[in-house]
Every structure is written in C-alpha cells, then in structure tokens.
Design a protein around this ligand. Structure first.
Ligand code: IFM
Length: 451
C-alpha cells in the first residue's frame, strides 16, 4: 500500500538551528543569541552562531536534498536577519538570502514551505516588551508583509508559527528556553493570546498580499500524544479526552492553542480552568485569530498511553522501564502518529500535514565512512506505517516532513541530540548522508511503498 497520489515527502529545519552566520550581512540578534551566552542555559555553552553554516552552504544542502529526491523543504525565516530590530528598516542582504534559497530550491525541483516564526524572536523587540506588548501582533504582521511581498511570487506554502506551546511554555513559563523567563500565569496567557492574534493577522497578510494562491498552515507540538491502551470505545475516549483537556500544562496543551485558531473560541474547560488569569480580550480578537486555514501541521514525536479507569475517568498506563527510548529519552510510540492525526482530523476537520517527525540519536561516522543509524530507520518505518493507517482510514493527509534534514542545534540541549538524516561534522562542516537518508530516498521514490 502506498500513500495518496499527491502526498508530499520532505524534510524540515529551522533558521537558528542551522543557518549560523549570526553576525553576517547585517543580521540583528535574537533572543537565542542572548540566551546562549547565559552560563548554564544551554548544554556545553553551545550556540547557533555557526551551527551548520547553512547560510553559506545552502547550495550544497540543496544539492543533497535534490540527490535524495526530496519533493519539499520546510525552513523558517529569521525575523532579525530580515528586520534587525524586529521592525523598521529592512536588511536587504538578509532578505536576499531567502530569495536565493527559494530560487535554489525551485531550480532543484523542490517546493519551499516557509515558516514565519520558529522561536528566534528579535532581541530588540524583546527588550521593547516582546510578546507581552499589546502591539506585538502588529509587529509580526508587518514582518509578515515584508516576507510575503518578497517571496510570495514563488512561495505558495506557509506556516505562521511553529509550536506556540513550546516557545511560550518553555520560554516564558518554565524558563528553559529563550528568553528564559518564569512569568506569572496571567502574563503567560497574555503572551499566548498575542501570539494567536499575530497568527490571525499574519494569515490575513498572506491571503491578501500573496501573488500566487497561498496554502496556509499552523504547526503544533502535540507530544506526548495520548494513545489509547486498547481500541475499545472507553479507552479511545479516555485518550481523546486527555489529549484535548485544557487543564494540560500550556506547553502540552492542544485545545487551548488550536480551538481559537480553528473554531473561533477558547475551550470552555480552559476558560474555567484559567479563569483567574485570563488575559484581557478585545471583542473582535477571536474573529481576528480564527482565519480560514488550508491545513494544520502536526509535529509528532512520542506518546503516553491512557485507559479508562474503574470509574471511567482516564488514567495513565505507566511506560515500562525497558520501553525503547531515543537518546533524548523520549519513548518510541509509533501509534502516536496515527492517534494525533485521527484526533485532530475528527475535532477540526482540516487537512493535516506532518510538519515534523523524527528521532534523536548519538550517531557517529563509522570507519567505513558511513553513518549506520538503523534505529532511526526502524523508528521512521514504524511511524510511517501508522501514518499509512491514518490515510487508509480517511484522514485527509497531505504530506510528511522528517525532522530533520541536518543534525543541528537542539536548543537547550546544544549539539548533544542529533535528529538529522544527514550527519554534520561541525569542525569541518562535512555532510554525510546517514543510512536513514538513503532509506528515505527509496521511500520517497516509491511514495511510501517500501515502508
Ligand atoms: O528541534 C526541535 C524543533 O525545533 C521543534 N520541534 C521539536 C524538535 C526536536 O526537539
């Protein structure tokens, strides 16, 4: 069995994780440049200052993608490379990079999928109040205008935000990511609301200014996916209820971040749960936030099992100590891909694209010059089999992006977690296709038939 006829196979990255060139051609600093300088913030005091030097080596990387037969490539744009202060003067040199990247991809027959925001907020704007500022959504809309005006004659596919749960939850609530703040809940919820407004305004900008008909998505972090212990109605309902419970931590919350965007309302249980800390909301805010979308992106990595307890309420089934895990210590749960897709499709009815999926490992180049990442092949094979199941049961599934094309800067973990299907030797910037890349090439060529 293969995947749908127009199913798209790709790989994903993000600007701060691969570009490097942090001080080149007028790029302004982002909150991640600053966070990486804080002692203890990032493992081994690593930073994305050089990373994979993709800013200079992008043509080589496009050639690698072409060699693998990738049909699409999902990248993000560095806001402060284009607008060094976050607003005001455009840095033409920075914008030119995304022009060249787009042209290079198209010349190689690879469809660009551009993400406007993957966590690298301009430092200048942060100092000016950042996402807490009541005008922050307008700053984002203005940034979106600059990008759309330049790229939308060639870029059709857009994502507004990548994983709002994570950059808000980790960045402003528990402080483990940039900008490293631990704010009171009411402020975190205000930031979240402003991010949702920014999403809505950016969608309006893309729709009204695109030179070719756009396709617009919003990419969510949905792990841990609540997976039912058995396929009885009771266990499935326990998993579904847990997956969409608004009482989940904000960094793991699905309904709080998706209902306003797709359904035009915050979930009732969330309004009750957060009652004392709700942000001020303008009367038209939800109308602005809820703009027509073409698809939802799901970033899926792992799951947690739930069953109906004796009184019918959901209860977690503990993960066995010997359960297989990745080097990040995330449990390998292939069914998470199926259940996340099915639950999202049922609740929101929008087409789905898997905007990230993959695993971290400690990969090394063997004496034979190859990188034998058999665990990753096994992981991807099992997850893709679950994706096939979702397709065969009628989920409108548009494509799959492996995370990640390249080993890269894994945020607070520095370079200790390798997600790439291409190995990077950071000292020499040598790229080596891992076995998983060669396997993925066959999967793409056969539209998944070899899974
Ligand atoms: O590397 C990250 C990415 O930036 C966002 N999604 C999860 C990945 C792995 O942690």
């Amino acid at each position: 069995m293969t995947f749908p006829k127009n199913f798209v196979w790709g790989a994903a990255t993000s600007a701060y994780q691969i570009e490097g060139a942090a001080g080149d051609d007028g790029r302004g600093p982002s909150i991640w440049d600053e966070f990486c300088r804080r002692p203890g913030a990032v493992l081994q005091r690593a930073s994305g200052a050089i990373a994979c030097d993709h800013y200079h080596l992008y043509l080589q990387d496009i050639a690698l993608m072409q060699g693998l037969g990738l049909q699409s490539y999902r990248f993000s744009i560095s806001w402060s490379r284009v607008l060094p202060c976050g607003m005001g003067a455009v840095n033409e040199d920075g914008l030119d990079f995304y022009d060249r990247l787009t042209d290079g991809l198209l010349a190689a027959g690879i469809t660009p999928y551009a993400t406007l925001y993957h966590w690298d907020y301009p430092l200048a704007l942060h100092r000016f109040g950042g996402w807490l500022h009541r005008e922050s959504s307008d700053w984002f809309a203005r940034y979106a205008e600059v990008i759309v005006d330049r790229l939308s004659d060639r870029v059709r596919h857009w994502f507004t935000f990548n994983e709002p749960q994570i950059f808000v939850g980790f960045g402003y609530q528990d402080g483990s990511h940039a900008p490293g703040e631990k704010l009171e809940l009411s402020k975190v919820l205000t930031i979240g609301h402003n991010v949702l407004l920014a999403h809505g305004k950016a969608v309006q900008v893309i729709r009204s200014r695109s030179k070719i008909m756009p396709s617009i998505g919003y990419a969510l972090s949905v792990s841990p996916v609540a997976v039912p212990a058995t396929e009885t109605d009771q266990d499935i309902q326990s998993a579904r209820q847990t997956f969409f419970a608004a009482s989940r931590p904000l960094s793991r919350n699905n309904s709080w971040w998706t209902d306003p965007v797709v359904l035009g309302r915050y979930p009732e249980d969330g309004l009750a749960f957060f009652e004392k800390d709700l942000p001020p909301m303008g009367k038209d805010d939800l109308r602005t936030i809820c703009q027509p979308l073409d698809l939802l992106g799901l970033n899926v990595y792992f799951g947690e099992t739930y069953r109906a307890g004796a009184d019918g309420t959901p209860e977690v089934v503990p993960c066995a100590p010997e359960h297989e895990r990745t080097s990040f210590n995330w449990p390998v749960v292939p069914e998470s891909l199926y259940w996340a897709s099915r639950f999202y499709w049922e609740r929101y009815g929008l087409p789905i694209i898997i905007s990230e999926n993959g695993m971290a490992a400690h990969d090394t180049v063997s004496p034979d010059g190859c990188v034998h990442d058999g665990q990753r092949i096994d992981f991807l094979r099992r997850y893709l089999t679950q994706l096939q199941r979702a397709c065969s049961e009628g989920v409108d599934m548009r494509g799959y992006f492996v995370w990640s094309l390249l080993d890269n800067f894994e945020w607070a973990e520095g370079y200790t977690q390798q997600f790439g299907i291409v190995h990077i030797d950071y000292a020499s910037q040598q790229r080596t296709l891992k076995d998983s890349a060669l396997w993925y090439k066959e999967v793409i060529a056969a539209n998944g038939a070899v899974v």
